[in-house]
Design a protein around this ligand. Sequence first.
Ligand code: PAF
Length: 282
Amino acid sequence: MLVIETAEALKAHLRPLQREGLRVGFVPTMGALHAGHLSLVEEAARHAEVVVVSIFVNPTQFGPNEDLSRYPRDLEGDLAKLREVGTSVVFHPSEDVMYPPGHQTTVQVAHVTQGLCGAHRPGHFEGVATVVAGLFGLVHPDVAVFGEKDYQQLTTIRTLVRDLHMDVEVVGAPLVRETDGLAMSSRNAYLSPEERLTALSLSRGLFRARDRYAAGERNAALLIGAAHAELDLAGVQPEYLELRHATSLVPLERADGPCVMLVAARVGKTRLIDNVILRRPS
Ligand code: PAF
């Protein structure tokens, strides 16, 4: 496994392989890797001969009052995990490599970034879209894998790739949960044992809504109410708890077509997100 830090070295390594016809699969990450990330790398390996993973804590997607400085970082631990899952190249750029002096281009995806996390994290998706477009420009992946855990992010990247006519296949990989149901996240490391128990109300609520959906309920308010009841019991006030169309992310009053229920809430100081896809787009 090669660890590469500069744009020039990355291109010098990848382009000859690409000219030989090898497919490149790409997993962008911010490090602090857990089993969820590793499942993305394994998914990329199913689509490509060369698997590139980037580790870059992207400052432009953090707001001024967010956790950029305390975001968990563990490069050595990450590299050890990536070696285990057959990563070919780790790209670990500095801020100057991704945003060299004079950098002035940003990417804005309009509608799917509105509401949900977009309403609570102004500028976040512009930062994500900008860094992912930059990483795609460096890596030129055939396939890029993103987790369904960050559902609005995945939808934003799909929209970016479609609208800018990028030759990248975007693959969404299923959300990975701890055995007790908590969605895996690098931010779970911040939770105290009591907060971790409280945090379980998010997945419990979503599962309750999913059960009601499976039993035939299609009224969005009632499905949301079922999830809300679990949050109320745990004393958690969600930032949002919504039913949205699974591809356009338009808010829905009825769960008649492809749809996803999404939640975000703060538990202590930690902001957590989770979702369940009630019906996948065909
Ligand atoms: O999901 C993440 O870890 C980040 O948002 C990403 C896609 C690596 C962009 O910085």
